[in-house]
Design a protein around this ligand. Structure first.
Ligand code: WTA
Length: 667
C-alpha cells in the first residue's frame, strides 16, 4: 500500500479526459441491457435484495441437477459460499444444455492454427470429444477432486481437456505454455497433480517450441510422485520420449472410449479450477474458483458486457493459460451457445495483419483483446500499409473489448476509429484472476464511453474507493479499490494457504470482510466513472501479464553471480510496463561489453527460472542499491531512475547517495 501516492499521481494524468461516446442508437435498441435506466434499475434490484437478485439469476441461467436452497453463506467469512447445496456440472451447462436447445449442429469453435489451417467443431462434436476424453481420464483412475495440470498450446484439445476435467469433477490447473520447467514444477507440486495433460510441441510464429520435454524436466525436479500419467496431444509430431507406464497419447486414450459420459454432479462450491497468479511475495498463489458461482458470472458477463446474440462470432484472443482464456474462451462463450474463434500463434505472424485478416475471414462480430496487442499493431500499421486495418473488411464487427491492463486514450481512439470504424462500442473490462469475470466495464448498449475509463461496476458488484483505514473517499480523490460485498464468481481461497487468502484480500484493517483488489482507482467528480490507476502492491503488469517483482528478484539472486537485486516497473509504450532490474554482483560492478554480456546471461537465466515473459527489459549494475540507514531498499528512487528522470526527492535518509549515478546506466 506504500505505492498509493504513485497511484494518485498517475490518476491526475487521466482526469482530464473529456471525450464521451454514447452508445450507437441501433446498438442500444437491440441490447440485452438497453440504456442507463435499465442499468440503474438492475443495480437498485441488487441493492434492495442482494441474495434475491443473485438467486433469481442463478435459477434462470444455470441448469441445476438439484436446485440450491441457500444462496449466500457468510458464516465463515471471508470464506463465502454460494448456492452450496445445489448440484450442477459446468461441462453439462456448456455442452449438453446446448444440445437440448437445438444448437448441436451450430459451430462452437472455429480454430485457426498458427499456419492458418482452420478447423470447425460443432457443439455435438465438441460434446463427443469432451465425453470421450472424460471417459479416458476416468479410465486412468482420475476422479472427482483430483487435480490435473494442463500445459497445452491453444487448441481445440486444450478446451476439450479443461471441459473433460470439469465433466468428471477433477479440478484443473492450467499453466501457460510460456512458463519454464521450474515454474511448471512449482505448480505441479503445489497443486498436488495426479496427471499432466500436454502436447508434444507448440507452434508460435512458425517456430516449434517444446512442451513435453519441459514436462519431462519438471517431473525430474522432485516431489512429483503423485503424478501417475502424462497425456500428450500430438500437435506437431516432433520427437519426444515416452516414459512407459506413465505417458500416453491423447488419441490412444480416447480411441475406444464411448462418446457418452454422465457428468459428475458436484456442489456449486466444488473447485472447478486453480489458476496460479503473481502476488506480492515470491511464491505464486493458486487462486481457487468455484463451479456454480463462477459459471453464473461467466454467462452473465457474456450477456451483459458482450451483449452476446445467437448470430455472433465471438473472438477473445487470450490464451487458456490466463484467466481471460478460462472465462471468455473455455466457459463463457460455450455456456451461452456462441460460436467462438480460437487461435494459435501470435498477432504478428505471418504478418501484423493476422488479427484483421482473421476478423475478415471468419466474420467476427465481437473482438476482445489486450491493449498491448493494440499498441503493437498500431506501430506495425504505421510502418507497413499492407497490414493497416484499412486494408481489411472489418464490417462484421459490432463490439470491441479491452482487457488486462489500462488502455491509454490514444490506443483507445485508434481502436475505436480504425478497428471499430467509429461504430463499435469499446468495453474496457476491468477484472482480475481473483474476480472470475468482469467487475467494472461499460455496458455497450447503455454506458456512454470515456476513453481510458472502465466506467462503472456491473449490477451486483459493490465497488468503492477507500482510504488506508477503509473509509469511503469522495469522487475525485484517488484511493484503494475495494468490493464491499461478496459476489458469486469471487476467489474462494488460495489453494493450500487460507491464511494468505484472508490476509491478502480481506485485511483486518478494513474489517476483514471487504475485498481488496490490489489496485488503486479514482472516480470522476461528475460522472462517478472509475479509472484504474495501477497496482498498489509489488505486482507489475507487463503486456497484460501479472508479474511479481519478488518472483523476478528471487530468480535473479538464485544466479551464482548475483548478490542482490531489486525489480521495478518502468512505463513502456507498447507493453504498458517493462521490467527493470537493478543488480549488485558478488564481484566488482561490470562495465561496457562485459556488462552487456552478463545482462544477457541474467535475462536468459530468468527465462529459464520463470519463463521468457519475466525477462527484464533493462538491467542496471551498481556496487550497491540505494538504501536507507536501516538497510531498506528505496524502490521509489529506483522507479524514478528506471524512468530516466532526475531525482528531485529528498535523499537525506539515503545511506549511499553516490550509488544513484551508477544506476542510471541501462544494459
Ligand atoms: C489490471 C486479467 C486497467 C489490474 C483479467 C488488475 C486492468 C490486473 C484492467 C489483473 C483494465 C485488468 N484496466 N487495469 N481494464 N484489466 N487490469 O489477474 O491491475 O491477469 O489488478 O487478470 O490487471 O490481472 P489478471
Amino acid at each position: 500500500m506504500s505505492d498509493l501516492n504513485t497511484a494518485q499521481n498517475s490518476a491526475s494524468d487521466v482526469k482530464a479526459e473529456s471525450r464521451i461516446f454514447p452508445p450507437p442508437a441501433a446498438f442500444a435498441a437491440n441490447a440485452t441491457i438497453s440504456g442507463m435506466d435499465a442499468y440503474h434499475a438492475m443495480c437498485k434490484e441488487a441493492e434492495t435484495d442482494y441474495e434475491g437478485f443473485w438467486a433469481k439469476l442463478a435459477r434462470e441461467n444455470l441448469h441445476w441437477h438439484k436446485p440450491f436452497e441457500t444462496v449466500l453463506d457468510e458464516t465463515d467469512a471471508p470464506f463465502y459460499k454460494w448456492f452450496e447445496d445445489g448440484l450442477m456440472n459446468v461441462s453439462y451447462n456448456c455442452l449438453d444444455v446446448n444440445l437440448q436447445k437445438g444448437n448441436g449442429d451450430k459451430v462452437a469453435v472455429i480454430f485457426e492454427a498458427d499456419g492458418g489451417e482452420v478447423t470447425k467443431v460443432t457443439y455435438k462434436e465438441l460434446h463427443h470429444k469432451v465425453c470421450q476424453f472424460a471417459n479416458g481420464l476416468k479410465s486412468l483412475g482420475i476422479t472427482k477432486g483430483d487435480r490435473v495440470v494442463i500445459y497445452m498450446p491453444m487448441s481445440v484439445e486444450g478446451v476439450v481437456a479443461m471441459q473433460a476435467c470439469a465433466r468428471i469433477g477433477a479440478t484443473h490447473s492450467v499453466v501457460f505454455g510460456g512458463f519454464s520447467a521450474k515454474s511448471l514444477h512449482e505448480r505441479i507440486v503445489d497443486v498436488g497433480a495426479v496427471a499432466v495433460i500436454t502436447a508434444d510441441e507448440q507452434v508460435r510464429g512458425g517456430k516449434h517450441l517444446p512442451l513435453k520435454v519441459i514436462v519431462d524436466e519438471a517431473l525430474t525436479l522432485g516431489d512429483c510422485e503423485k503424478v501417475k500419467n502424462v497425456v500428450i496431444y500430438k500437435r506437431t509430431g516432433g520427437a519426444i520420449n515416452l516414459t512407459a507406464g506413465r505417458d500416453l497419447w491423447m488419441h490412444d486414450l480416447v480411441a475406444n472410449q464411448s462418446d457418452v459420459c454422465e457428468p459428475e454432479w458436484v456442489s456449486a462450491e466444488h473447485p472447478l479450477f486453480i489458476l496460479y497468479t503473481s502476488g506480492s511475495t515470491g511464491k505464486p498463489k493458486g487462486v481457487q474458483h468455484s463451479s456454480g458461482g463462477y459459471l453464473l458470472w461467466a454467462i452473465l458477463t457474456m450477456k451483459w458486457t458482450f451483449d452476446i446474440k445467437p448470430s455472433d462470432v465471438f473472438w477473445c484472443t487470450a490464451d487458456i493459460g490466463w484467466v481471460t482464456g478460462h472465462t471468455y474462451i473455455t466457459y463463457g462463450p460455450l455456456a451461452v451457445g456462441a460460436t467462438e474463434i480460437v487461435f494459435e500463434g501470435i498477432p504478428t505472424f505471418p504478418n501484423a495483419g493476422r488479427f484483421w485478416n482473421m476478423v475478415e475471414k471468419h466474420k467476427a462480430t465481437i473482438f476482445y483483446t489486450a491493449p498491448t496487442a493494440i499498441r503493437s499493431l498500431i506501430k506495425a500499421a504505421d510502418a507497413d500499409a499492407n497490414v493497416h486495418p484499412a486494408k481489411f473488411d472489418l464490417s462484421s464487427l459490432r463490439l470491441l473489448g479491452s482487457v488486462g491492463e489500462p488502455i491509454n486514450p490514444e490506443a483507445w481512439m485508434w481502436y475505436y476509429n480504425n478497428i471499430g470504424r467509429g461504430n463499435c462500442p469499446i468495453v474496457d473490462t476491468f477484472w482480475q484472476t481473483e474476480t472470475g469475470g468482469h467487475m467494472m466495464t461499460p455496458l455497450p448498449g447503455a454506458t456512454p464511453l470515456v476513453p481510458g475509463s472502465c466506467t462503472l461496476p456491473l449490477p451486483g458488484i459493490m465497488s468503492a474507493i477507500v482510504d488506508e483505514t477503509g473509509h469511503d473517499l469522495p469522487n475525485g480523490q484517488g484511493g484503494i479499490l475495494v468490493v464491499k460485498r461478496p459476489w458469486p464468481a469471487m476467489i474462494r481461497t488460495i489453494w493450500g494457504d487460507p491464511e494468505r487468502f484472508k490476509k491478502g484480500y480481506f485485511p483486518e484493517e478494513f474489517g476483514g470482510k471487504i475485498y481488496l483488489a490490489g489496485d488503486g482507482a479514482i472516480r470522476n467528480k461528475d460522472t462517478g466513472y472509475f479509472t484504474i490507476t495501477g497496482r498498489i502492491d509489488d505486482v507489475l503488469n507487463v503486456s497484460g501479464h501479472r508479474m511479481g517483482t519478488m518472483e523476478i528478484e528471487s530468480a535473479l539472486v538464485a544466479h551464482p553471480l548475483v548478490a542482490e537485486a531489486a525489480v521495478v516497473g518502468k512505463p513502456d509504450d507498447t507493453t504498458g510496463e517493462a521490467i527493470c532490474a537493478f543488480v549488485v554482483l558478488k564481484r566488482s560492478r561490470p562495465i561496457g561489453d562485459e556488462a552487456k554480456q552478463i545482462a544477457t546471461e541474467l535475462r536468459n537465466w530468468v527465462a529459464k527460472e520463470i519463463g521468457p515473459i519475466a525477462k527484464p527489459k533493462e538491467i542496471r549494475f551498481g556496487d550497491n542499491l540505494p538504501k536507507t540507514r536501516s538497510g531498506k531498499i528505496m524502490r521509489r528512487l529506483l522507479r524514478v531512475l528506471a524512468k530516466g528522470e532526475t531525482i528531485t526527492q529528498d535523499v537525506s535518509t539515503l545511506e549511499n547517495p553516490a550509488i544513484l549515478d551508477q544506476l542510471k546506466e541501462a544494459q
